[in-house]
Ligand binder design. Sequence first.
Ligand SMILES: C[S@@+](CC[C@H](N)C(=O)[O-])C[C@H]1O[C@@H](n2cnc3c(N)ncnc32)[C@H](O)[C@@H]1O
Length: 378
Amino acid sequence: MKIDSSLKQHSLSLTDIIRQRITEENSISFADFMQMALYHPGYGYYSSGTHKFGKDGDFITSPELGELFAKCMAKQFSQVVNHIDDAVIVELGAGTGKFCFDCLVELERLNSLPNHYYILEVSADLQQRQQELMKNLPENLHQLVTWIQQPLAHEFNGVIFANEVIDALAVEVFKMEGNYQQMCVMWEDGFQPSWKEMPNELAEQLKSKDLVIADGYVSEFVPNLTAWLAAISEKLNHGITMFVDYGYERNAYYHPQRNQGTLVCHFQHQANFDYLENVGIQDITAFVDFTAVAEAGDECGFEIDGYCTQAHFLLSMGIEQMLGDSEDNYTNYYKNITEMKKLTMPNEMGEKFKVIALSKNFEEELLGFSFSNQLHLL
Ligand SMILES: C[S@@+](CC[C@H](N)C(=O)[O-])C[C@H]1O[C@@H](n2cnc3c(N)ncnc32)[C@H](O)[C@@H]1O
């Protein structure tokens, strides 16, 4: 892979910072390494000013393809906004802000604007980009958007939404060797993996998954997922939390054949597995165990309302009716058809991505799962 010199320098600076921490502590867990690689203020992949999204970046997400994804989600949100009082939307990890922009425009068209649209973004760089984009919204929509650094501290009703955020949370890497081993990172002419016995509290989290795996099996999990969900949803009284991400239900995630886990890096639209290299300039991500999300939801007092593939969800929301008129504007229609294919085809984003919805004091059947609801797989 070809890396220009300013990116190389950026990576070397972060390497020095992580190396310094390793020198002080001998080794650090992979989760701590990933947290620094992605979120170190100033040098972490998400915190720094590198491109990341779109064709000049490293990867492309559903909202970046066009407007259809946000339009479908807006239609789902409108069902919630119209059924409860004083609804707000809280989006976690808003990327470039495009989802928020398109969603608010569509919610206005549907006459279903929330009282507020909060963005909880951990990256200062992305927050700045989002703020720039939102300046192009009409004033009545712009004034609905508020950035927050912490989960809402007051009680609220409405929707919590995140697309491709759980896959960006730091994971622990484990190996089964009679008992659970934790991958740590040490320094020896570069970052190197080393293994030690998994600390008790994390081993307990793993054991509660009841995995049937052979010696030598390597995979990963998001530590303390329940605490994370509790923190963002504690003050939600009535409404839903919806996550969209690539991932599987537990049986498929920890399948015997997937014995090297799901960690992957993205650099300039190419995937690689060198997650201890090029720190700070490439994305590191892991697939999502949706059973773990459902369990965390259950522990946080949610009903688990829906689980299905992205394709089924978008079809339930009527994506094929949002393509425009081919005779009136063929260019736009063709662009939308291409986008719909990318979002729904099984070999593109249609099956790898799933949607899960959790609810609190919200009894309506969610429209997005009317075509298919596969809760039994979780
Ligand atoms: C892969 S990007 C997805 C961005 C956007 N949702 C999209 O679909 O284009 C991951 C996003 O999650 C944010 N993020 C990571 N951890 C987070 C956390 N704990 N809370 C809120 N946002 C987080 C990142 O800064 C980034 O904006």
